[in-house]
Design a protein around this ligand. Sequence first.
Ligand code: A3P
Length: 327
Amino acid sequence: MSQAEELSTTSSSSEAIASESHSTDLTKHPTSEVSSETLLLYKNFWFRRQFVDRIKLLQVRFKARHDDIIIATNPKCGTTWLKALAFTITNRSRYDFSNHPLLTRHPQELVKTIDVEIPLNGDLTSIETLPSPRILATHMPFSLLPESIGIHGCRILYICRDPKDAFVSRWHFTNEVFTEKTDINVAFNKCCEGISDFGPFWDHCLEYWKESTGKPDRVLFLKYEDMMLEPVKFVKTLASFLGGPFSHEEEDAGVVEEVVRLCSFKTLSSLNNSETDVVERGYLAVKKSAYFRRGKVGDWVNHISDEMGRKLDYIVEEKLKGSGLVF
Ligand code: A3P
């Protein structure tokens, strides 16, 4: 059974039942109100409480396999795209482009985000029964990944994005998903203080950046903007990093371009444009179309002022100074 088929049999129904037993005591952590939920500071990063609970669970129970592929991202930096690409590249000998799982399944359904989707009762059956090589996604900071990922030397794909576009994308997504709307200025000020889901944004990037510079065979650090400019080049890079470079025959037959086309914003957004179809994400049912908004570089200019843009750029530059990472 393929990973896509395996995933369709999983359920999150037991989640609510067990939430108390692993729940994190809010009074023991600094908290901040952002949009409709309270974020709490846990080991230098801000999370909704249920993510802290899941991270703790995963640290204890997750058993990595040496051939696991981990997709790690700050939210709204291109997770959906990278899921589609990694799934398509890895399974390219199994699926025909005319009958591909992505034509009927959302990338979020084909690749699980473990810290969003595992039930809080700690039952990891849905992950443990997946065939190898597993592709699993996470928003966890590098420093909080389960130890076994490091021990087994799993390959990690990390994608980041211009913080201004990531902020705007997140603001839209949050407003789409939660009933309570957030004022963009309030969210922006919190973001500048480093307070956002899985934030500070810059520390999240920096941890993976440092790991990628020290261990380039283990962590592939990607930027959304670079991939948008040269998708063919990056699809080849991804395939090589994942241990299955495209053969000359595949290149001559246009397979790389087919992968780019199938996983493009244009294709995936048109396949997932229903206003009623949802994808189950842990405790939320999210409209499939919510993962495909504009798919543009630089859309921030349409939502925040130049002054706000300069402010965030300045903060990020200061935080990343000396690291070699620039946006
Ligand atoms: P915008 O809100 O700027 O349009 P994530 O997948 O991490 O949640 O990120 C979502 C962002 O990636 C959204 O950005 C979305 O439109 C964009 N996106 C989704 N699929 C994409 C694809 N195939 N190619 C490029 N961008 C994509």
